[in-house]
Design a protein around this ligand. Structure first.
Ligand SMILES: [Zn+2]
Length: 70
């Protein structure tokens, strides 16, 4: 599962913004060679992103949880 932090949901209550399951998740590679998941919050539709390790990025794309954008 690809999760991230939603700034909007976490605005009033920080805990509420944590570990949101990203909708339409896509894994991209950053300019520095790291991996990042991009998606939208399932509750409010705000764009979310989260840094990922290479292992987790590969797991998420090979299992079909996230699109491969790199
Ligand atoms: Zn949200």
């Amino acid at each position: 599962m690809v999760t991230g932090y939603c700034v909007k949901c976490g605005k009033a209550n920080k805990e509420a913004g944590k570990n949101k399951k990203m909708k339409d998740a896509e894994i991209v590679q950053t300019a520095r060679g790291g991996f990042m998941a991009k998606g939208t919050c399932p509750d409010c539709g705000t764009k979310m992103c989260a840094m990922m390790s290479k292992d987790n990025a590969e797991k998420a794309t090979s299992s079909g949880e996230a699109k491969k954008g790199y």
